[in-house]
Design a protein. Structure first.
Length: 373
């Protein structure tokens, strides 16, 4: 490994190239490259089994999956969501003509605060789109209670939550639908890709139909669908990657433990504790840079960058700070004090299966050094 190469916040898991060749030969032999081919079907079945869910529809990426999830449930009007996420969460609403309404997060979990959800409900509210930020489960019970009380749909943006389990079950089984991203920066990826987890076969059929232009058969189009299909190449790569995923998850969890131990005594640096009963996936390693640390979050970010460590300030700026959202009443920072505060303090450190103990030592050393300086 090149010692001087930058260490990015993540690096895609890429199994040995020779292991991909048999899959490619199979695609060439089948001459079936997309539109629900054999690898697509195999990956859907394998993921259901692996994740412990009943129905999965694969997509070309997580954003189109989010857009389709909203379409499939006929969501309109206002949807309550978090400002503390990647822009795709709110963009998917805008592409459906839906108005995102931002509610504040719980500073302990970085996820939507259920009390703030309830306070944001208006007669125009039809759904809630919470995000399991960094793969840390939302308060699913409280959200479920609110949704039932007000007859709202719940679509979880579970882009970060691959393989996360809580009290023995997949976190993807909550709400009406859960949406995954299989982008190259994710724990499990298919270069680009995504999926919707649905609770029953009728919902899956409807979603599968929507992602294929709404085509039912050669002469029937039942809805203004979109092209959201995953290709055979991406599906084949996903199947190969699934063979390596358990080891990759173990390595991520070990890195998570390593960072926690190594950073425990650094003043002003807080690592988020894992909630009880949660099997985490090590998707991200966020730290909070507090007052007791002798440099600001941005100074630390820059010091690391200067030394070739490209940590990322996910999620700064907040979605609500971007120009297309900023003028909405719910985007007012006064409405979002916890999210605004966390966005000023957070830094996601590099975490990926091949991150070595030496690299972690170097990163932690730089963090200690910046504190002393
Ligand atoms: N909902 C949530 C909550 C999400 O976080 C996301 C995506 C979505 C929905 C939408 O899902 P997709 O439509 O993307 O499937 C990245 C990803 O592009 C994005 O997928 C992800 N969230 C977001 C949190 O992170 P950027 O702009 O930070 O990516 P980028 O290109 O700066 O990459 C980050 C680092 O990863 C780079 O510094 C280097 C490394 N990298 C990246 C790529 C693409 C590699 O080493 N190899 C690579 O191939 O958005």
């Amino acid at each position: 490994m090149n010692e001087d190469a930058p260490i990015f916040v993540t690096q895609p898991l890429l199994p040995p190239l020779d292991q991909l060749m048999p899959y490619l030969e199979q695609i060439w032999a089948n001459k079936y490259v997309t539109n629900g081919g054999p690898f697509h079907q195999q990956l859907e079945a394998a993921l259901c089994e692996h994740l412990g869910v009943k129905h999965i529809s694969l997509f070309a990426n997580g954003t189109i999956a989010l857009m389709t999830a909203l379409q499939s449930l006929g969501v309109k009007g206002e949807v309550i969501t978090t400002p503390y996420s990647f822009v795709a969460t709110a963009h998917a609403m805008m592409w459906n003509g839906i108005k995102p309404v931002f509610a504040d997060i719980d500073p302990a979990t970085f996820n939507l605060d259920p009390a703030r959800i309830e306070a944001a409900i208006t007669p125009a509210t039809t759904a809630i789109m919470p995000v399991h930020c960094y793969g840390r489960p939302c308060d699913v019970q409280a959200i479920d209670t609110i949704a039932r009380r007000h007859s709202l749909k719940v679509i979880y943006d579970a882009a970060h939550a691959f393989a996360v389990r809580q009290d023995g079950t997949s976190v993807l089984t909550h709400g009406d639908l859960s949406v995954l991203s299989f982008h190259g920066t994710k724990v499990f990826h298919t270069f680009e890709g995504g999926a919707i987890v649905s609770p029953d076969s009728a919902t899956k059929r409807h979603i599968d139909n929507l992602k294929n232009f709404g085509i039912v058969d050669e002469v029937t189009v039942s809805a203004p669908g979109i092209n959201g299909k995953m290709s055979e190449f991406n599906a084949a790569f996903g199947l190969l990657q699934l063979k390596h995923i358990e080891l990759a998850l173990d390595k991520r969890r070990a890195i998570d433990r390593h960072y926690r131990e190594a950073l425990a005594d650094v003043p002003g640096i807080t690592c988020l504790p894992h909630a009880a009963g949660v099997v985490a996936n090590g998707a991200y390693f966020p730290i909070l840079v507090g007052r007791a640390y002798h440099a600001s979050r941005d100074e630390l970010y820059q010091k690391l960058r200067d030394a070739g460590v490209v940590a990322r300030r996910y999620f700064y700026p907040l979605i609500s700070d971007f120009p297309m959202y900023r003028t909405m009443p719910s985007a007012d920072p006064a409405n979002l004090p916890a999210a605004s505060q966390i966005a000023r303090q957070v830094l996601c450190l590099p975490i990926f299966p091949d991150l070595s103990a030496d690299q972690i030592k170097r990163i932690v050393g730089l963090i200690r050094q910046a504190c002393r300086a």
